[in-house]
Design a protein around this ligand. Structure first.
Ligand code: THU
Length: 143
């Protein structure tokens, strides 16, 4: 399979979408706003923001919202992810453990996961770096 190459144009679109989503976050409890954007196999971008809840465990992460939007639109593969969080420098916002597993469902091991703040781009990882030796659909003999 030809490796997927994220162009500067698509990366910029992901960045804008994730930052715009971040600005819509509902995070009155943590005040930690997160936006996420995923690029699907058709080149479409889907975004989500975190939506917290007074019953704290019911809060939903930005990545989950972006994946939900992708599935709703008929997308089935994630080609790239960008997470925009509040912090830069030593503590860029990377997907939480649960979201890494949610992304695993739709990503390849080499899928890029980029980080950013409102001001700058942070480090980039692959899914396999963030979730090594992971369990996924292939273990259940899914194509
Ligand atoms: N959060 C996300 O939405 N995505 C991440 O990658 C990390 C954490 C949210 C969950 C919660 O609403 C807030 O950030 C603080 O944990």
């Amino acid at each position: 399979m030809t490796p997927f190459l994220l162009t500067d144009v698509l990366q910029e679109k992901l960045l804008q979408a994730a930052r715009a989503a971040r600005s819509r976050a509902y995070a009155p409890y943590s005040r930690f706003r997160v936006g996420a954007a995923v690029l699907d196999e058709e080149g479409r971008i889907h975004a989500g923001c975190n939506v917290e809840n007074a019953a704290y465990p019911q809060g939903v992460c930005a990545e989950a919202g972006a994946l939900s939007a992708m599935v709703l639109a008929g997308g089935s593969r994630v080609k790239a992810v960008l997470v925009a969080g509040a912090t830069a420098g030593a503590s860029w916002t990377t997907p939480c453990g649960g979201c890494r597993q949610k992304l695993r469902e739709f990503c390849a091991p080499e899928t890029p996961i980029l980080t950013a703040s409102d001001e700058a781009l942070g480090p980039a990882y692959t899914l396999a770096q963030l979730l090594p030796e992971s369990f996924g659909p292939d273990h259940l003999n899914m194509p």
